[in-house]
Design a protein around this ligand. Structure first.
Ligand code: F0G
Length: 350
């Protein structure tokens, strides 16, 4: 049978109503890429894989949850959806809503959304509104609007988003034959870490696949779960996780505790370093997506996480092409030479 997308593939594991009518772009089924050279760089002695979620249809893991949230809304005749976003959710909501002939409204923090995400939301046909405020302000507003108007909230407060996002945990277990020993991933609004923990527990109950320790990683300038209080003016180069008041913060802390894992924070410098090391190993991700591995590196170096003989999966949530500016800012402009062999040889051999 041709691949049907995450909703149909894992339907029996998803808690969704009868009226759900599948809207899919065949998201999911992303590769679990072995990273032996990067594992050696980090000290070796363990197996490392990257779950490359940037290869979803709109370039991020959000498509897994969005297919389910939109399918549910569409199935009950909803005409419009709304979300607050640091970028990826907005592009995904726009793509899936428009595919179903629904309107998508996305509210984003002015000037803080990476170019590839904003372009996506516009290209897929959303009504995009920028606010003079943060993602947290935008989320507060869309919660109020969806309460008072017939427009469906598709942030991860919508339970169907999490139902869909569980599918990545299922895929990892299906490919490896069991859950990994350790799972590391970035944490922003904390829906994804919550969904992974739900997914691994559910798969373990039915299929005895075991449970991973979960290492959630925030950016140091936006680390409310590490600090233990909301952050009023979150800042980080990893704009996807520039969030000061995570909607699913409590559940994220529970996932870390129940799995005997933890939530830590890493600096922008560490995150960008890991983005570069991933790219040097053939996997280009946006900055936020490198946070999980930046956290793993720090834990290994501090000797605070036992990795020997373990199988580790790092979730890389979004594609590098989402945020081209961050690379362009760091690099020097490529050389320009005349279009002749001699000129080319001169720069190649020097
Ligand atoms: N990585 C990327 C690339 C993201 O876009 C996000 C969240 C996360 C990680 C964190 O996931 O919020 O479930 O903890 N982006 C949201 C958005 C907030 O609006 O696109 P989370």
């Amino acid at each position: 049978m041709a691949y049907p997308g995450v909703l149909e593939r894992y339907r029996s594991y998803l808690d969704i109503p009868e009226h759900t009518k599948t809207v899919t772009l065949l998201e999911g089924d992303t590769p679990l890429i072995p990273m032996p050279r990067l594992a050696e760089e980090l000290g070796g002695g363990f197996e490392l894989f990257v779950k490359y979620e940037g290869l979803n249809p709109t370039g991020s893991f959000k498509d897994r949850g969005m297919t389910v949230a939109i399918s549910e809304a569409y199935g009950r005749g909803a005409k419009a959806v709304i979300c607050a976003s640091t970028g990826n959710t907005s592009a995904s909501a726009a793509a899936y809503a428009n595919r179903a002939g629904m309107k998508a409204v996305v509210i984003i923090p002015e000037g803080k959304v990476a170019a590839g995400k904003l372009a996506g939301a516009i290209a897929y046909g959303a009504q995009v509104v920028q606010i003079r405020g943060s993602f947290d302000d935008a989320l507060t507003l869309v919660m109020k609007i969806s309460d008072q108007h017939p427009i469906v909230l598709v942030n991860s407060l919508n339970p169907y988003r999490l139902e869909g996002q569980k599918s990545s945990a299922f895929e990892i277990c299906d490919v490896l034959g069991a859950a990994p020993d350790i799972l590391c991933l970035p944490v922003g609004n904390a829906g994804n870490i919550t969904a992974y923990w739900m997914g691994f527990r559910q798969y373990n109950e039915r299929n005895k696949t075991g449970l991973p320790q979960i290492l959630g990683v925030q950016a140091a300038g936006s680390a409310p779960l590490v600090l233990g209080h909301p952050v009023d003016n979150p800042e980080t180069v990893a704009t996807a996780i520039r969030i000061g008041k995570p909607a699913r913060g409590e559940q994220a802390l529970e996932a870390a505790e129940e799995s005997k894992g933890k939530i830590i924070a890493r600096s922008d410098e560490d995150i960008l370093y890991m983005q570069q090391r991933l790219a040097a190993n053939g996997v280009w991700v946006e900055p936020a997506s490198a946070a999980g591995l930046a956290g793993l590196k720090a834990e290994i170096e501090a000797g605070t996480l036992d990795v020997q003989g373990k199988r580790i999966v790092a979730i890389c949530t979004g594609h590098g092409m989402k945020d081209p500016d961050i690379i362009v800012k760091q690099m020097t402009t490529p050389e320009v030479v005349d279009a002749n062999l001699q000129a080319l040889e001169e720069v190649l051999i020097k």
